[in-house]
Design a protein around this ligand. Structure first.
Ligand code: DC
Length: 229
């Protein structure tokens, strides 16, 4: 069974996906981390971020691995071609580089292939931008999680502060969130939008725990063969 959680940057997808996966005993896949890892490698190799062909070759040939401690279904780290990039993919530089890299059709093809292979192998909560629309259009449950720009920027600042990586300047984070939304929504390949059959949830002013509770309830209903209205 696949639970797809899509939505814009900073909507709380990561925290919600991890907590839901833990509660319902599913594995969890962060597809944004995969695009970030490819962006990191492209920057390291000095590949021009508008060179679709070179980016596609890189994405096709690289090896992305998630690290799971003691069989924990929630990954604690990510590596690409043997480099642990868990923290390196959260910098302001990669926040910027990931938009053009994830807009390249050739990169998306390679990532979607990998994501389908991973998801087909078990019960997964998968978070991203196009999981319910493109990667798993037949996902059993689709959530589109959103919140106002300001709330998302505040959350991202708190998350960066907790991680000790990335900007903690509210104005800079807000600007980056708005810029990435525009890029994600207006790109030709798999633009960010809710799937027609997605449950749209606005988390502005709502405790994230309540969102998690609702999604787990929906997942249980679907698992028991019911339909979420
Ligand atoms: O969720 P995130 O902020 O870590 O994602 C990083 C970037 O990757 C984001 O700007 C858009 C892109 N992305 C995507 O295009 N498709 C996905 N399924 C996941 C992320």
């Amino acid at each position: 069974m696949i639970v797809a959680i899509d939505g814009p940057a900073g909507a709380g997808k990561s925290s919600v996906a991890k907590a839901c996966a833990k509660k319902i005993g599913f594995k969890c896949l962060d597809t944004g981390a995969m695009y970030r890892a490819v962006a990191w490698l492209a920057v390291q190799r000095g590949i021009a971020l508008d060179d679709d062909a070179a980016l596609g070759k890189l994405a096709d040939g690289c090896k992305i691995e998630f690290r799971h401690e003691d069989g924990n279904p929630i990954a604690s780290g990510i590596s690409i071609d043997g480099h642990d990039v868990t923290e390196a993919i959260r910098t302001t530089e990669i926040d910027k580089a990931v938009s053009p890299v994830s807009a390249a059709g050739s990169v998306r093809e390679a990532m979607v292939d990998q994501q389908r292979r991973i998801g087909d192998a078990g019960n997964y909560v998968i978070e991203g931008r196009d999981i319910g629309t493109v990667v798993f259009p037949n996902a059993d449950l689709k959530i589109y999680l959103t919140a106002t720009n300001e709330e998302r920027a505040h959350r991202r600042v708190r998350q960066n502060a907790d991680r000790g990586v990335g900007s903690i300047d509210y104005a800079e984070v807000l600007e980056d969130i708005i810029r990435r939304d525009e890029a994600d929504k207006n790109r030709g390949n798999s633009p960010l939008r809710p799937a027609d059959d997605a449950k749209v949830m606005d988390s502005t002013g709502i405790y994230i725990e309540d969102i998690i509770e609702s999604i787990c309830t929906y997942a249980n209903i679907v698992q028991e063969g019911g339909k979420v209205e």
